[in-house]
Design a protein around this ligand. Structure first.
Ligand code: GAL
Length: 532
């Protein structure tokens, strides 16, 4: 009966809306090209647990959560998280049930190298990831591996972490170990996840592990070393592994999309784009390499005025510029939210994330009142931003391949009928389609963050991003598909944003009741959303 309502509603909606009708008839705007890949993602610390098991040593997030009072909003830690170190077969099963082309996960540095260095390779850790990769490959899912998703071994943090220039070699040695172990299985590598976040949230805001407040100094050192480390790993792969394994590597950047506030020109937005995106992209993707010139100049002048003998943003040498430039095979892009940029008022306090050192530019970030809000104050929903950001990347760096490595919505309640998340995915994917068909952007893949609810860094278990809900009070960490899992699975399997009326093929292993409930909810919800 509900199915019939749903089909009827689609028909009514198609007749009523000429634009929708023509989109459907053209068959282009709701269908992804056949080569487009869909996946979902997690990160080791957010799901694995087993924080001190099987030879793993502590990393900066273990220590941060265990020792810094108030560091994590709900006082929790990632000691058990989704228990995926034990339950990884369930994760593979979920990825298979969704029909994913690939599953993006990360490797925990201290699980492979307990001392931080390759003097000892932890066989149990090596086996864990090998089994996970093989489990995925057996069901036809490509493993996409993040080498560094924020888990610096504490032993290396004690030596200065990302502010110590030697981190470039420490990281490159670790990356070489992973290439040696897994390059036969892994063809897509992410060198670093969101250096902008791990440098700025750590050093500019002091809010991420290891929580060292050093604005204007630590963040620039970290930025510099992260780019050199990435480049070194890329070059190692390029020289030693590519000819045999033919893989692809890039870092992935979390780009907030910026538009000018009313009454302000695009200049202000462009400047903050150069600070957010440019500082982590220009050295790699631009023709000339090096820091974005406009930012380099501003920081040098400010440093001089502040009495520093040199710029706080350490310049790259000519050799370093050359070394970093061109070290990519695609552009990894994570997208969540957007802001308006305007010149700050005198004495204005700029506040916390997503402000990230914009005081260097005297720029304040605000929210457009019409933009949709999520239950989390930082998370404003602006689907057009994903398209506009990709258009910007194309304009700045040419028509490089872009791979969306994260996009998803946080909620705070665990409900299964997550209609807001279904809307979020559909609206963002529609913008991706427009990027492909209208803007000619070379975007080839999309990754839903996240496969399941997990440990959301400083927000603990409060924020829920999962296609699957996880019951953290259950010792078996029961995973249950949400309506969004059902919807995303349909998109993945059909390559279309329209849920087929006959779509019943999704079979999750979890609760049958939950599934039929979700089926009803999603059909009803889609019917409603299609006629609105
Ligand atoms: C990204 C991060 C992910 C996840 C996501 C949701 O910045 O890479 O690990 O936490 O945000 O907030």
């Amino acid at each position: 009966m509900l199915y019939r309502t749903f089909v009827l509603c689609i028909l009514v909606r198609n007749t009523w809306s000429s634009s929708w009708k023509s989109e459907v008839e053209e068959g282009s705007k709701v269908h992804f090209p056949p080569w487009f890949k869909f996946g979902s993602a997690t990160a080791s610390h957010q799901i694995e647990g087993a924080w001190n098991a099987s030879g793993k040593t502590p990393h900066i997030w273990d220590v941060f959560a265990h020792t810094v009072p108030g560091a994590i909003s709900d006082g929790s830690n990632g000691d058990v998280a989704c228990d995926s170190y034990r339950l990884w077969r369930e994760d593979v099963k979920m990825a298979a049930d969704l029909g994913l082309d690939f599953y993006r996960f990360s490797i925990s540095w201290p699980r492979i190298l307990p001392s931080g260095f390759p003097n000892h390779i932890n066989e149990e850790g090596v086996r864990y990831y090998r089994e996970l990769m093989d489990g995925l490959l057996e069901v036809g899912i490509e493993p996409v591996v993040t080498i560094y998703h924020w888990e610096l071994p504490q032993s290396l943090q004690d030596l200065g972490g990302w502010t110590n220039p030697l981190v470039v070699d420490w990281y490159a040695d670790y990356a070489r170990v992973l290439f040696t172990l897994y390059a036969d299985r892994v063809k897509t590598w992410i060198t670093l996840n969101e250096p902008m976040v791990f440098c700025e949230a750590t050093y500019t805001l002091g809010s991420h592990a290891p929580g060292i407040l050093s604005p204007g100094i630590g963040n620039f050192l970290c930025n510099r070393h992260a780019l050199l480390a990435h480049a070194k790993a890329w070059r190692i792969y390029d020289q030693e592994f590519r000819h045999k394994y033919h893989g692809k590597l890039a870092l992935t950047n979390n780009l907030l999309w910026f538009e000018p506030d009313e009454g302000h020109g695009d200049e202000v937005a462009e400047l903050v784009r150069e600070l957010g995106a440019g500082m982590y992209s220009h050295p790699i993707y631009s023709k000339e390499g090096g820091w974005p010139p406009v930012i380099e100049k501003i920081i040098a002048e400010r440093s001089r005025r502040q009495g520093y003998p040199k710029s706080r943003l350490p310049p790259f040498t000519k050799e370093e510029i050359k070394f970093i430039r061109g070290t990519y095979d695609f552009y990894g892009f994570n997208y969540y939210t957007a802001r308006l940029a305007r010149w700050a008022k005198p004495g204005e306090v700029l506040g916390k994330w997503p402000h990230f050192g914009t005081d260097e530019l005297n720029i304040s970030l605000v929210v457009k009142p019409e933009w949709k809000k999520s239950p989390l104050d930082w998370f404003i929903i602006y689907p057009e931003g994903i398209r506009r950001q990709m258009k910007w990347l194309k304009r700045k760096y040419g028509n490089i391949e872009i791979f969306i490595m994260e996009n998803g919505l946080a909620n705070i309640d665990p409900r299964l009928d997550d209609t807001d998340r279904v809307d979020f995915y559909r609206e963002h994917l529609r913008q991706v389609l427009l990027s492909i068909y209208e803007d000619g952007v070379n975007v080839t893949g999309y990754t839903a963050w996240s496969l399941m609810d997990n440990y959301e860094w400083i927000d603990g278990y409060h924020s829920k991003f999962g296609l699957y809900a996880v019951d953290f009070s259950d010792s078996e960490r029961r995973r249950t598909p949400r309506a969004s899992a059902f919807y995303y699975s349909s998109v993945v399997r059909t390559g279309s944003l329209v849920l087929p009326a006959t779509y019943t093929s999704y079979t999750a292993s979890s609760s049958k009741n939950a599934l039929s409930y979700i089926t009803i909810v999603i059909n009803f919800m889609l019917a409603l959303s299609l006629i609105k």
